[in-house]
Ligand binder design. Structure first.
Ligand code: ACO
Length: 221
């Protein structure tokens, strides 16, 4: 799977971190995935506050109100937490850019090593960039990176059964539906059922990004 450009930093305690992935050309523009920066605050906040309706239905419930939690002033705390988790090997938190502008986030979280060796993947994309293949391409880059550079051979994704666009993203990536978790996660103020999807290294013997390119979902820049 030497299909992805990995500009990886010095090897630390957490294999695969930091990294910059891409570029790939998708319908929305030129896509890259990179580590979050403190200077992302205003763009992140502008998109998140504008897109409350688009995001809140699908994201885990957090204490407090949306505007405060997604204010530019809230970003330094979030950025610092993401950075600490990444440095401790517990997460691979990335932002997605399209034509150099922030478009969303994609995160590999809850990294567990040892005999389980597991982690989930989650993502969101701002309304200005949806429908252009952004989530699919960004998730593909990060899945491959987590398999190869981070050495995590199985990605899990949980999604509400009502979230058709996200289920389509996972299906395009080749994720397999493995079951239904009842009352799994507190989302938008209620315990919600979630479908569990998974993808392992064995599922993509010929690479994931090259398959997306062959199927016309993305192209190399
Ligand atoms: N029904 C069925 N398919 C749909 C619908 C719908 N109502 N709306 C869009 N789609 C399809 C699109 O046509 C596209 O498929 P196609 O390429 O075959 O045409 C696909 O869904 C979306 O693919 P992308 O363009 O790669 O995805 P996008 O960049 O638009 O991002 C995302 C999708 C992340 C779900 C975005 O809409 C979003 O951020 N939603 C809110 C937050 C969210 O739901 N995050 C995911 C939570 S679950 C998880 O993280 C595992």
């Amino acid at each position: 799977m030497a299909e992805v450009s990995h500009r990886q930093g010095p090897v630390g305690r957490h294999p695969g971190w930091p990294a910059r992935l891409g570029p790939l050309h998708v319908g929305a523009g030129v896509l890259e995935v990179r580590k979050p920066r403190l200077s992302d605050a205003s763009a992140w906040s502008r998109i998140r506050r504008r897109d409350r309706r688009h995001l809140e239905t699908w994201e885990p419930t957090t204490p407090g109100d949306w505007d405060t939690n997604n204010a530019a002033l809230a970003w330094p705390g979030q950025w610092s937490t993401l950075r600490a988790l990444a440095r401790r090997g517990m997460s691979l938190p990335f932002v997605i850019t399209v034509d150099g502008q922030l478009a969303g986030q994609v995160t590999v979280g809850n990294v567990v090593r040892g005999s389980l060796c597991s982690a989930w993947i989650g993502y969101w994309v701002g309304t200005h960039a949806v429908g252009g293949g952004v989530a699919t391409a960004a998730a593909a880059l990060v899945v491959v990176h987590s398999f190869v550079a981070a050495g995590l051979p199985r990605r899990v994704a949980t999604v509400r059964p009502e979230n058709a666009p996200s289920i389509r993203v996972l299906t395009k990536l080749g994720f397999r539906e493995e079951g239904l978790f009842r009352r799994y996660l507190d989302v938008a103020g209620m315990w919600r059922d979630h479908l569990c999807f998974a993808l392992t290294t064995e599922d993509i013997p010929n690479g994931l990004v090259s398959r997306l390119v062959a199927e016309g979902h993305a192209s190399h820049v």
